[in-house]
Every structure is written in structure tokens, then in C-alpha cells.
Write a protein that binds this ligand. Structure first.
Ligand SMILES: [Fe+2]
Length: 229
């Protein structure tokens, strides 16, 4: 991840952190989906809700880049035309993989049938390498061009769009997951970006928050009630 940005310069490291969050969560989702037992619709619905939230965030991440980033950079002489073409192709590939995944989610959540469980897990595994390649290209070829072509305020619009795309019911989970994606190395940098009340919440309860939100995602609601009884 890039080092802290200079004062007044666009904070591109924040986007790298968001990319890590997507890769971390789709990787974890493969095992989460596969662990859903046949007919366990309660758990399938929770995992499907999580994948729905991630998909909404990823779609908006790309839509905001299409609207705010590419019009400024696509024709930039510093950018190799072959890279632009490859990245456009990757965007389409990712959009198609996401669409396949999201088409399967409602039926999977309703029945938790093993065939559909395998289909949803497979859709996540297909999405991952495409996403990894695309986000890596973006970090290698696009983000280094941003300082000097975007002001901090212009770049901050992308972050604002990303934050607004997180469904309210998933905000605590995503905050905890983002802290994990930052790791110990980038934890301070991650904390500095948070509004003061959220930073305090994370400092006081970050680890507990991650345990609790992960537990909610990875166990069946009925089992949780029985365990709590
Ligand atoms: Fe991005």
C-alpha cells in the first residue's frame, strides 16, 4: 500500500485499502458459502445479504471510477492504450461475473439447495482472479498518475461515493473488515481517516466489533439463539 499522502494531495492509499477489502471479503465468502448446509435458508439469507452488500459496493466503486476517473485519464498520453483496453475488458468481465452471482442469490437464499450453493461459491471463485488482476492494474498503472491530475477534493468525491454505497445495515461489519484489511501496518493510517466519533468507537471496540460482526455472518441465526440460551 502507498505511504501516507502529502498534505493537500489526493489520498490514493485509501483506494488501495478498499481494494484489499473487496479481495479479503470475496475470498472469505467462498468458504462461507460452501459452509451453508443444505436447506439452511437462515444462514444462506445472511450470506446472500452480505454478498449483495459487497456487490452493491463494488458496482458503485466501478461506476464512480467510470464517471469521475476514466474521463480524465483514458486519453492521457502517460497511459498505455493497451492497458486501457485491457482494463475495460476486465471491467466487463467483472460486471458479467457479478451479474451471474447476483442472479443466483435470491433463489439460493430461499432454498439453500446444494446445486445453487455450488453455483454461488463458483461465481465467487470466478470473480476473484478477474478482480485481483483489475485492481492490481489500477494500482500499478492508474493510481500513480492521480497526483497532479486530480485535486484532493476531486479525488475525495470517489471516497464519498464509496462510503455512501455501503448499505446502512452493513456499515459496522464493513468498518471492522476495513480495519482488518488495513492490518497492523496501516492501522494508524486507517484510523486517521475516520471521523472522530467512529475512530473512538473503533479504538474502544474494534477487535470486539470484528469478532461479533464475523460471528453474525458465519453462524446460523437459529444456532446463535440456541448458543445464547
Ligand atoms: Fe478502484
Amino acid at each position: 500500500m502507498a505511504a501516507d499522502h502529502a498534505p493537500g494531495a489526493p489520498d490514493t492509499a485509501e483506494m488501495v485499502l478498499v481494494h484489499r477489502l473487496f479481495l479479503q471479503e470475496y475470498t472469505a465468502a467462498v468458504a462461507l458459502v460452501r459452509a451453508v448446509r443444505a436447506g439452511d435458508t437462515a444462514r444462506a439469507a445472511v450470506v446472500a445479504g452480505h454478498l449483495g452488500a459487497l456487490g452493491q459496493m463494488l458496482t458503485e466503486h466501478h461506476r464512480a471510477e467510470d464517471e469521475l476517473l476514466w474521463p480524465r485519464l483514458a486519453a492521457d498520453p502517460a497511459l498505455d492504450a493497451a492497458v486501457v483496453a485491457r482494463m475495460e475488458e476486465q471491467h466487463e468481465h467483472i460486471a458479467a461475473a457479478l451479474a451471474r452471482l447476483h442472479r443466483a442469490l435470491p433463489q439460493w437464499a430461499a432454498g439453500a439447495e446444494p446445486d445453487l450453493t455450488a453455483q454461488v461459491a463458483h461465481a465467487c471463485t470466478v470473480l476473484l482472479p478477474a478482480l485481483e488482476e483489475h485492481l492490481g492494474d489500477e494500482e500499478r498503472h492508474i493510481l500513480p498518475l492521480v497526483p497532479g491530475r486530480f485535486t484532493a477534493a476531486q479525488w475525495a468525491q470517489l471516497s464519498a461515493r464509496g462510503r455512501a454505497a455501503v448499505p446502512p445495515a452493513h456499515r459496522l461489519y464493513m468498518l471492522a473488515a476495513l480495519g482488518e484489511a488495513a492490518g497492523n501496518k496501516h492501522r494508524q493510517e486507517f484510523l486517521r481517516r475516520l471521523p472522530a466519533p467512529v475512530r473512538l468507537l473503533y479504538r474502544v471496540a474494534g477487535r470486539r466489533l470484528r469478532r461479533r460482526t464475523w460471528h453474525r455472518l458465519s453462524t446460523t441465526p437459529g444456532h446463535r439463539r440456541r448458543a445464547a440460551a
